[in-house]
Ligand binder design. Sequence first.
Ligand SMILES: [Zn+2]
Length: 588
Amino acid sequence: MAETTSLPGEELTAERAKAGQPPIVAATGRDRGQGPYRRLVLRGATVIDGTGAPPIGPVDVVVEDGRIVQMKKVGSSLSTIKEKLRPAAGDHEIDCHGKYLTPGFVDCHAHSGVAYHAANGWVPPVDYVYKLWLAHGVTTVRDMGSFNGLGWMQGQKTLAAEHKIAAPRLLAYCYFPAVNDMLKTIHTPEEARAWIRGIAERGADGVKFFGAPPNLMQAALDECGKVGLRSGCHHAQMAVTRMNALTTAKWGLTSAEHYYGLPEALYEDRIVQKFPSDYDYSDEYFRFSVSGQMFAQAAKPGSAKWEETLDAFLDLGFTFVPTFTIYDANRDLMRARQADWHKEYTWKSMWEYFKPQRGGHGSYWYRWSVQNEIEWKEQYRLWMQFINDYKNRGGRVCTGSDSGFIFQIYGFGYIRELELLQEAGFNPLEVLRAATIQGAALCGLDEEIGSLEVGKRADILVHDVNPLTDFKLLYGTGALRLNEERNTGEYVRGLRYTIADGVVYDTAELLADVRALVATSWEGEEASQAVVAPSLAQSSDPVAQPKAAKKAKAAAPKAAKETAAKNATTKKAAPAAKPPRIRREAAE
Ligand SMILES: [Zn+2]
């Protein structure tokens, strides 16, 4: 254990584990999804390919061994399909007449579970996270920080690639440990370079920065370029005065996460944001309320500075991953807190974690006010305009969710980001492009995924309703509609199947699994752990298993029992590790 935790990419994980926040329970088996098939045929679909091209149909799509091998237009409308044009039968077929296909979504800023939630009880197993992602069409995830450790990520990444767990394609970006107020084990440029080489050798896909002393950051980014690692930075306030997003972009950074560092690149009558004199970064109310004043202090839209900053980023081929969704509560706290999905889909310890509390990250509602919400609305107006202007100039903007904080739930938060890109001025096809091919390009995977094209991996979403009409239809809860016949409201859900690397997931099944899991989280830790364990068994202690299974039988609530029975692939039962209830400073 000691050797593993001292390897590059494990620093933050090791530190957290010492403080009672161990990595969350990994997935070990696949209990959902059919395939990949030798030959899968999707018949008669309208295709929206993700490149920005408009819908076209009817098309028969043929997938062989997880790769798209044919996309055949079989008529000019559903009623004029020419049967003789149709490709040969598959060993599995999905009737897509009247349905819509899009590429699977890329979540460019996500976390495969957050150990911080241990501060408020039992942390959801990662199966909860994966199933919510898949149920919302997310087929590729750029894990920004690999907070469960690079070894953990690599294990899950491999199991996902081998279709042995029900999970999206995973990419591991490691936390760069040179941050004074978080964790700092790197002190010299030489150490920074050696660390980058170290994580590259261990198979990392990239680096997640929070800022660092400029000489370390510069050395690390230079080394990233040499070894072929990509990078993203959350330009934290404690580091941003020494390097804003444009500085790091010039040093070779791939993408800026969130908004931090961007207004600073737009300052023209100051270098440092005007902070209140009693500001304290450790106080999360200050941190998040004052950061809502950043854009108001920057150059105005359309000004010379605004325009030249857009051009400078564009010249560098830079990417923005705004994650509008994760700060959405700042504009309207009650809306985020009362979202339709919390009741059935929000895990208990997460819900407790989101409530106002000191020590929790993003739980800063100590005295959130009308004034705070007004400032954040203005912040969004300016921030969204910059991001939309950047897209209009040809700059790359990608879709990330950062769920797990601030009342945002995995999967649901991603769909909210689609809504917010549309609010920023992207038309629906532009939103879809950001969510698919642009995300794939950011990850360096656009030869393999991100659009529906012959030769690409089969990451395909099957929609019952055209998603361009309303992204709200993609929510696991659906969107509220009037049922004309019954003259009453009903929720309509558009996403039927998520095909991830050729494996076909029924989203209704995934959502049912999640609801059952979540129910157990509210029934009490003991019952939940014993019951959830069958599909997530991780313990290597075989003696403990029969005991746990017995306990599960005795303690399990009805819904959970049904889940356990459905989870046919893994028979083992083992207690999940019970994290101690330790409140600890968390600091992303
Ligand atoms: Zn994040």
